[in-house]
Design a protein around this ligand. Structure first.
Ligand code: IPM
Ligand code: MN
Length: 370
């Protein structure tokens, strides 16, 4: 298969985690005889420095010619005191989502048995948690009119059209019907008109998906249930802001925000990115966890319908973690740096072996990277 892939490392640890994702892409290309052409572009603070804007025109034009985007992270504390949100590095990502029409952000939340000790929740509560969040990504309060009034007040307007709700709800229903058949719509329908519209629109669609049980939760209750009964969830559907908040909460219960990937899909080139941010304090230290990015690569491969390739990537990641190897914040037996993790997964893929064989195989073959 031939694919053009846009690589947008962005800021902070974005650079180093994406580098590991690229190693994995290259290893998959090598083992399965695919041609992945990589095209690098600037975004975020990195682009502001060079071109004065977080999403330069050539970056947008470039990614539009590609089949997928691998994205690192954007954000730099240098821009924290900007007087308007419009010039912050984060705009690079927000504009990209908007311009490409990437209306659905998909965030799987799964726990790894060998990492249950990292969760702030009790093991029995968190074991086998497996749900997916479908977050609307190009509408709502993020993109509504915003500004300041003469009296010093500020406003952000939330608007949703039924069309914007239907197109993401369709994806969420489909996903739920392939999984355990439960879809939870999260809003604040007791207070917000837009949430009420979400509820009406999604309810009308439910009859087309008879195998899916549709439930409604208010956002405050959902935030509580994610901590109390995370196993209850299968597919969660929500608007842009609520989805942003719930997906960070959901990642926290797994114990490491460094493990969770995401896909943003819709009309244009799909974008795959770790859900963590640019973590500026760790930038350049080679300590960041590249697994969320590597698993985002697996989501990209799934998107290309390269299911075997995607499952090889996931298998190798699980294999490494189960053998007690991970970045420092995972507190496993063997601490690897960001680049060592990438090197290891790359070798496990190209050389067709599992760490289960023996650590001595590992010692001989990969001695240089340990
Ligand atoms: C995310 C991030 C972004 C968002 C930021 C960087 C604008 O938090 O992808 O969840 O709020 O959507
Ligand atoms: Mn977020």
């Amino acid at each position: 298969m031939e694919k053009k892939i846009a690589i947008l490392p962005g800021d902070g640890i974005g650079q180093e985690v994406v580098e590991q994702g690229v190693k994995v892409l290259e290893a998959i290309a090598d083992r399965f005889h695919h041609q992945f052409q990589l095209h690098y572009f600037d975004v975020g603070a990195a682009a502001i420095e060079k071109y004065g804007t977080p999403l330069p025109a050539h970056t947008l034009a470039g990614v539009q010619c590609c089949d997928a985007i691998l994205f690192g992270a954007v954000g730099d504390p240098k821009y924290d005191d900007q007087t308007t949100v419009q010039t912050r590095p984060e705009q690079g990502l927000l504009q990209l989502r908007k311009k490409l029409g990437l209306f659905a952000n998909i965030r799987p939340v799964r726990t790894v048995n060998s990492l249950l000790h990292l969760s702030p929740l009790k093991k029995e509560r968190i074991k086998n948690v497996d749900f997916i969040i479908y977050r609307e990504l190009t509408g709502g309060i993020y993109f509504g009119e915003k500004g300041r009034n003469a009296d010093g007040s500020a406003y952000d307007v939330t608007t949703y059209h039924p069309r914007e709700i239907e197109r993401i709800a369709r994806l969420a229903f489909k996903q739920a019907s392939k999984r355990r058949g439960k879809l939870t719509l999260v809003g604040k329908a007791s207070v917000l008109e837009t949430s009420l519209l979400w509820r009406e629109t999604v309810s009308k669609m439910a009859k087309n998906y008879p195998t899916v049980k549709l439930e409604f939760l208010n956002a405050d209750n959902a935030a509580m249930q994610i901590v109390l009964n995370p196993k209850e969830f299968d597919v969660i559907l929500s608007d842009n802001l609520i989805g942003d908040i719930l997906s960070d909460e959901a990642s926290a219960i797994t114990g490491s925000i460094g493990l969770l990937p995401s896909a943003s899909v819709g009309d244009g080139t799909p974008l795959f990115e770790p859900i963590h941010g640019s973590f500026p304090r760790a930038a350049g230290e080679d300590i960041a966890n590249p697994i969320a990015t590597i698993l985002s690569v697996a989501m990209m491969l799934d998107h290309f319908k390269l299911y075997e390739e995607a499952s090889v990537v996931r298998h190798k990641v699980r294999n490494a973690l189960e053998k007690g190897i991970g970045t420092a914040e995972l507190h496993l037996d063997t601490v690897y740096s960001c680049s060592q993790m990438g090197d290891m997964i790359e070798h496990l893929i190209t050389d067709h072996y599992d760490l289960a064989h023996s650590i001595s195989v590992m010692g001989e073959r990969v001695a240089t990277i340990i």
